[in-house]
Design a protein around this ligand. Sequence first.
Ligand code: SF4
Length: 442
Amino acid sequence: MHPTDDRRFLANETDDPLHEAFDRKMTVHAMPMGQSVRPEELPGLWADAMSAENGLPIRSIYIHIPFCETHCVFCGFYQNAYRSDLAGQYVDALIREMELTAKAPFINAHPFQAVYFGGGTPTALSAESLARLVSTVKTLFPLANDCEITLEGRIYNFTKEKIQAALSAGVNRSSLGVQTFDTQIRKRLGRRDSRKKVIETLTYLRDLAKAVTIIDLIYGVPEQSLEIWEDDIRTFLGLELDGCDLYQLNVFKGGLIEKSVAAGSLPRPATLREQADYYVRGIELMQAAHYRRLSITHWARTSRERSLYNFFSRGRSDCVPLGSGAGGWLGNYFFFVEGQLQDYLSAIKAGRKPLSFGMRRSEGDFLFRDISYQMELSYCDLKALSKRHDVDLLAILGPIISQWEKVGLVKLTDDCLYLTRSGEFWEVNLAQMLIDRLQEVP
Ligand code: SF4
């Protein structure tokens, strides 16, 4: 390939790479795309995957709960309004799906190291439903002794009764979307609880000391100033929880934020330049508090926080998807479970795994996953990956990486690329560009 063809992978020539290296963020997570498979192939592919008597030794189960009690304005993952009758039917169906899945040879080939209840809002379910789901997974699936069982959710309506039920059943990690402690901004975002209530619930969880508690905090939302962002982080630090994720607001095209700003009912969110400053301030505060950095966005205070499911999902692992809207890579295919709730319920009633979409691994997928995984950890070992995948990465990527180094986004030492602070802010762009460039190689 002629070097000039690399131009679309180059950064803007600037002395201020943090703010100006690129004009936009390319994606939320850098990932290779697979090739989609025809819907009629999906049942056969799933049956093949389930009958395999091996698979990767690293494996997880992802269980989706597609209900929310409110639609938060910043979120692109809302599916269905929570209704207790519907949620009850859904939990019955999910347990049926687990029963249909659990006897397969693949399931029993290795123990699972992580189970993740994600959504949606798993904590919207009743105490009884939470306990039933967790107990069923533990009974039906072979779990590793140190299996991380995460319950994702929010503070609203995560009552003491639900907390006790979930933890007693076996949840050993709660991941709660706090976003901000500022009561006013919380209300504008669609979050119902006040700062006081959020702190009370988190303190209760921490003092129980039964499970890891981590939270998400978001920067760049409308009305949030740098001072409010600093206060959010300091409040989190003062609570002495196990960890947190500091993540950037993504304004989804056609989403509620975009619509509300256009209608004048919400002030504009932070610009990308402003977000870069929030990002840097977040790191300064976390480092000053001596938190361990598990990835570019994720921080841990205690050694209890491992974030296994998130690491697995970025790297080489198998994931069994359960529930309407769940997805996961299994063997050489990605399977997505039917997201339309009624279609999902009817299929499960008929004893069928309802799959609505699938992808086949692209050529080089494991190399791209290795790159994406390492870049989230702030480096990319080109020498080791070249050896592992039998490809000369430096020969292909060298010209692009040199330009990034000149601009101040990366440092190359002994054929290993390390992200600078500015490079970390643009990590998704850099990782996606490495993958996109390699995908052009015949
Ligand atoms: S942020 Fe969570 S609770 Fe809010 S709409 Fe999205 S998935 Fe639902």
